[in-house]
Design a protein. Sequence first.
Length: 332
Amino acid sequence: MINKIKLYHGDGGAKTNELIRQIFLKNYGEAEDVLSDSFVFNTHASKLAYTTDSFVVQPLFFRGGDIGKLAICGTLNDLATAGAKPLYISAGFIIEEGFDIEALCQIASSMGEVCKDNGIRIVTGDTKVVEKGSADGLFINTSGIGVVSEHYSPQDIEPGDEIIITGTIAEHGTAILLDRYDLAIETNILSDCSALSHLISDLEMMLPYIKRMKDPTRGGIATVLNEIADYAGFNVELLEDNIPIHPQVKAVNAILGIDPLYLACEGRMIFVVKKGYGSKILQLLEELCGCREAKMIGCFTADRQKLVYMQTKIGGKRVLPSLESQTVPRIC
């Protein structure tokens, strides 16, 4: 570990994982399941999930959303990875002196709309104002609590288990790049920022066949799949032809020299599915969830190197390591 925090410590890749393990887990105590985005615990009546997240995205307003929408959707999606239907959310604001009130109203309105659409409420919060130059406009922290479906329980991953992504990749990361750097590229790309809570209800009866769920935010699908492979102890094989990506997203990233496999999604879920059940779940995703671009993108193999690799269109293999160097900081 170096002795100063660098921007790459917030990118969601190998350096972020190193920071979490060597600083936070070392001092807080090891978590039962370091792969999960929500902590699941029992009460007398039911099993609950609890999660927290902070949002420092730049710019605060981007094509397809803003920091407020992102904060609520991100929290709901972290609960969904634990199989939880959301109940309540808290919201804490750190606001820089001089921040525009109209902009703050717009952000609060976005948060309220997502909550209304998903049948939840923000029930507690906190606001702090700091001196000009101390917070780059606005930071938001949210926490969420939800009830875990009785049909969902994470299971050990085995060779042959199938991997599904619920939609096209890299749209959020690409939208942020376009707006942050005011790139003169004509495109209708929007962030995929959206809440995924409905997946838990829509797929209720198939949840016993879903072994793991993870939303591919910082570090993109390549980094998230490396985390899962490391936890499972098996290799992941992806098929390049099966990875859904809009042509415009692919083109913009080719111009910028960025690999979309490492760019954040904020409205997509990765499922690890019991072997043989992927096709049925894909059918339900399309029919019930509106996920018409969901794809089965690969599977786990029996090899134990814990590698993620992609079978390319020309017949080769490309190893996809975890994100090591900075791609796009302050993405969420």
